[in-house]
Design a protein around this ligand. Structure first.
Ligand SMILES: Cc1cc2nc3c(=O)[nH]c(=O)nc-3n(C[C@H](O)[C@H](O)[C@H](O)COP(=O)(O)OP(=O)(O)OC[C@H]3O[C@@H](n4cnc5c(N)ncnc54)[C@H](O)[C@@H]3O)c2cc1C
Length: 474
């Protein structure tokens, strides 16, 4: 039974957005359930504004009714940050209808798009104008630019272009009071005080609602080549990365590492993808070389690098994709690991980073710790080695009841992995964010002064605590 205040709010929201864009019944699972289908919430209503002004009006109406708001883009987040809690009292604000590319400024190498634009559509809009928008991740067919910025998404091109933060020149944001901050200038230099853009990026909807962004574009490379290499160990993969930086310079645009068990899962669940070289090596690496000159130039430099690496022993075998379709298939294999893991059953995910130089010892020590503590545990280790980020995931022993495994071991596994991360001066969330999944772990691993400052910033910007409460900081 709804309280009269909630009924009044629903009437006000319907007046603002129209009946069709305030959803309270029917199948709302696409908005209320997280991507991994581990958590389901319930919203008072799902609202779908189509303009910045409508977002501001919704925020004002909710603030007046003291009702909290959960912003949502494509709902592909992996830390349960973009769905409502189960009280039935929160408004879920979907940005999906705000999906216009507002402008492309070729001379300024910049694109301005609304927050609900699907990442792949932003990439395509850039490409149609002859530019590269380099942010790229497995969920790019459904995640949104606003969600990418709210989580400071990383992905596969960070080694060269940085994460969402490094690509952002300006933001339009609706504050917790329903005011609009217009900061969409495409300026590359602007030292007029605190850079609020950087406060909003990565704040996961807890400080403001991003409604549009101006992003950097890059010239389209003349050639992009992809290679797949078998490496004898993690230390050899790190050595290969060093060689690639030395010999390809800024040409290194992708450097992913995948453990044998991760590839075995892809081979098992998607045999049509034909995973190369995985059976006889503990790790494979996917490298991408972008070149501004020509394909022949790119191939010659790439092959030279791989010859050196073979001579040096840090690569035991390698293939270079002959054409775009082969390259796409290699990337598809890498991007299918998450899905293959889901096919295999429930698992415990980690998105950690440690300094690249510490990765070999981190993996060696943490592998040993987990296999000693939990007999038969299977480690799905893969990730963006080029920027020090591993998805160090833990799959239940073969044939084990996965629900029971999670119930009995999840907290212990998380503690072991996070303590190991701490010993190596790393982060328990490299690119997925904190959401509600890691909010209670954060105080154990974050500098206490930094955490206290975060809490004070949250309180100063959102004193009513209405924007995505219980996420990132309590
Ligand atoms: C198969 C797969 C692969 C992935 N690979 C990667 C990867 O390589 N790198 C990576 O970084 N992530 C990856 N992710 C995680 C996810 O795709 C990213 O976090 C993405 O940036 C989330 O975008 P979204 O639009 O789906 O956001 P949502 O899931 O809708 O929301 C995520 C968070 O942002 C907030 N939010 C959303 N939109 C706004 C807005 N406009 N204003 C304010 N707050 C907002 C939400 O409240 C929530 O806290 C992957 C996910 C999947 C399913």
């Amino acid at each position: 039974m709804l309280q009269p205040a909630s009924l009044d709010l629903l009437i006000a929201l319907r007046e603002l957005l129209g009946e069709a864009h305030v959803l309270t019944s029917g199948d709302l699972s696409a908005y209320e359930q997280d991507w991994r289908k581990r958590t389901r919430g319930q919203a008072l209503a799902v609202v779908r504004p189509s303009s910045t002004q409508q977002v501001a009006d919704v925020v004002k109406a909710c603030a007046q009714a003291n009702v909290s708001i959960v912003p949502q883009g494509g709902n592909t987040g992996l830390v349960v940050g973009g769905i409502p809690d189960n009280t039935g009292a929160q408004v879920l604000l979907s940005l999906q209808r705000m999906n216009t590319i507002r402008a492309i400024d070729a001379d300024n190498l910049a694109l301005t798009a609304e927050a609900g634009c699907v990442l792949q559509n932003v990439q395509q809009a850039a490409e149609q104008s002859g530019f590269l928008f380099p942010l790229s991740l497995g969920a790019e067919g459904s995640c949104t630019l606003g969600g990418n910025l709210a989580t400071n998404a990383g992905g596969t091109q960070v080694v060269r272009y940085g994460n969402a933060r490094e690509l952002c020149l300006g933001l339009e944001v609706v504050t917790a009071q329903g005011d609009v901050m217009h900061s969409l200038s495409g300026l590359r230099k602007d030292n007029t005080g605190y850079d609020l853009r950087h406060l909003m990026i990565g704040s996961e909807g807890t400080l403001g609602i991003i409604t549009a962004a101006t992003m950097k574009l890059y010239p389209m490379p003349a050639a992009r080549l992809t290679a797949w290499a078998a490496v004898p160990s993690v230390a050899h993969a790190v050595k290969l990365l060093g060689l690639a930086h030395q010999h390809l310079g800024a040409g290194v645009t992708g450097f992913e590492m995948m453990g044998q068990f991760a590839l075995r899962l892809v081979d098992k669940h998607y045999p049509q993808l034909r995973v190369p070289l995985w059976q006889d090596t503990p790790y494979c690496v996917l490298l991408e070389n972008s070149d501004s000159e020509s394909e022949a130039h790119a191939r010659q430099r790439f092959e030279h690098l791989l010859e050196l690496a073979l001579e040096d022993g840090c690569v035991s075998d390698a293939v270079v994709a002959e054409n775009l379709s082969q390259a796409r298939n290699l990337w598809h294999i890498r991007e299918s690991i998450t899905l293959a893991q889901a096919e295999e059953g429930l698992n415990i995910k980690h998105d950690i980073s440690v300094p690249i130089s510490s990765i070999p010892r981190f993996v060696e020590e943490t592998d040993a710790l987990l296999t000693r503590e939990i007999s038969g545990v299977r480690l799905v280790n893969f990730g963006h080695l080029g920027d020090g980020n591993l998805h160090y995931n833990v799959q239940a022993p073969e044939g084990c009841d996965t629900q029971a495994f999670l119930r009995d071991h999840e907290d212990r596994v998380n503690a072991l992995v996070y303590q190991s991360v701490k010993r190596f001066k790393g982060s328990i969330s490299a690119e997925h964010g904190v959401g509600s999944m890691k909010v209670d772990s954060l105080p154990h691993y974050k500098d206490p002064v930094a955490l206290a400052l975060m809490q004070r910033i949250k309180h100063a910007l959102d004193p009513q605590g209405l924007l995505n409460p219980g996420r990132v900081v309590r």
